[in-house]
Ligand binder design. Structure first.
Ligand SMILES: [Zn+2]
Length: 383
């Protein structure tokens, strides 16, 4: 009888049945075609409303918002203030098939403003290193070395997801989903999903600054609910808060390596089962200039050059004159993983002391084409 009574209590009060609620994510799209000083003030009000409820926002800026911020010092100063408050800043891009194409694409169009490398560089003038984005036409436009992706749109199928690993335009990303909320009736879908999701799942929402400005209750109704359940906002996270701790495609055992002690370096490629048994290369380069090695036709330089022709590794070397001094290869195992030691560092160490080694993995397919261009693992050589 006691068990039946307890069961009735659980059914009557689902809140008390939860050991732990899922993490939640709130993404803000700042549409490039809506950027203006007034829109920035609307975004600022939105952030303040979130702060009052311990809610952290993941703010994805269209490129023209960079122009608005850089033209107004107090706006540009908001970036660091918001980060100190726990919010995160990323990018938002509309591709060529979007009704409001933002002008940047890797598709060769005469009318384009620039390619996606130019888009990323523009975003980074305001934000520093770009960590995440909600970027259209991702299969062709995803830029090199942006490790985290938000995705999803209209429809409740997009509300609940778990971090997943994927290669997008050859680049590894960890991705998470969100649902676009546009009217207050949809908040009930978020609340239901939040009550029913597993603690390993993430409940994601996205809306525009202009949706908030038209009716702040669209956001504050949901945020008030989160505040009532989680007053300190422990389970309320940003995109990096949810995804940054996931395993990168290439990880190094050290970020600092001691040259005099002959320390060895272990590197792990992990493609999360995507490329079982496929061949890989790990390329290494060192920062700085090495006369006689750079872009002058040596064997290793030819690897460097051929990779740079398609710009796939454009950002992977800290200087265009970096020396590629080592290339190791093998096959991934049946789970898409490989581990290797970098040996022979001792002979190079004295010359490399104080410099940064960058390592990057490539995974090929049977035809010899590149399936994956990993993140860059950076290791500083200390004397
Ligand atoms: Zn958009």
């Amino acid at each position: 009888m006691r068990n039946c009574f307890a069961l009735l209590l659980l059914l009557a009060a689902p809140n008390f049945a939860r050991a732990q609620f899922p993490d939640t994510l709130f993404v803000v799209h700042c549409e490039f075609q809506k950027a203006s000083p007034q829109a920035w003030l609307d975004l600022r009000a939105m952030v303040n409303d979130a702060n009052a409820r311990n809610v952290k926002l993941s703010i994805e800026l269209g490129h023209s918002w960079v122009d608005v911020a850089l033209a107004n010092a107090p706006f540009a100063a908001d970036i660091n203030i918001w980060r100190q408050q726990g919010h995160a800043l990323g990018a938002h891009h509309h591709g060529v098939t979007h009704p409001d194409f933002d002008g940047y694409t890797d598709t060769l169009l005469p009318a384009r403003v620039g390619d996606m490398t130019a888009f990323k560089e523009k975003m980074e003038t305001l934000l520093g290193e770009l960590q995440f984005g909600g970027l259209d036409e991702a299969e062709t436009d995803w830029p090199c070395l942006v490790p985290m992706r938000t995705m999803g749109g209209i429809g409740s199928v997009n509300i609940v997801s778990e971090p997943s690993f994927a290669t997008v335009n050859h680049y590894p990303v960890w991705q998470i989903s969100h649902m676009y909320i546009q009217n207050i009736a949809e908040i009930i879908l978020l609340k239901n999903a939040h009550q029913n999701a597993l603690s390993s799942q993430v409940v994601g929402a996205v809306t525009h600054v202009w949706n908030y400005a038209a009716d702040p209750a669209l956001c504050t109704d949901w945020w008030d609910y989160l505040l009532s359940i989680d007053p300190l906002g422990v389970n309320n996270k940003t995109v990096p808060g949810v995804l940054a701790l996931q395993t990168p495609a290439l990880a190094s055992s050290h970020t600092l390596i001691n040259a005099s002690s002959g320390e060895q370096l272990k590197l792990t490629i992990n493609t999360q089962y995507l490329f079982p048994n496929q061949p890989y290369h790990i390329l290494f380069s060192a920062s700085g200039v090495d006369v006689g090695y750079d872009l002058a036709g040596s064997g290793t330089d030819s690897i460097h050059l051929s990779l740079n022709i398609d710009r796939l590794t454009r950002k992977s070397y800290l200087s265009p004159n970096s020396l590629v001094f080592y290339d190791t290869a093998g096959n991934l195992d049946a789970t898409g993983v490989a581990e290797g030691q970098l040996v022979g560092l001792g002979a190079l160490a004295a010359r490399l002391s104080g410099r940064t080694i960058s390592a990057q993995a490539l995974v090929m397919n049977i035809a010899g084409d590149i399936d994956l261009v990993s993140n860059v693992a950076s290791i500083i050589i200390i004397p």
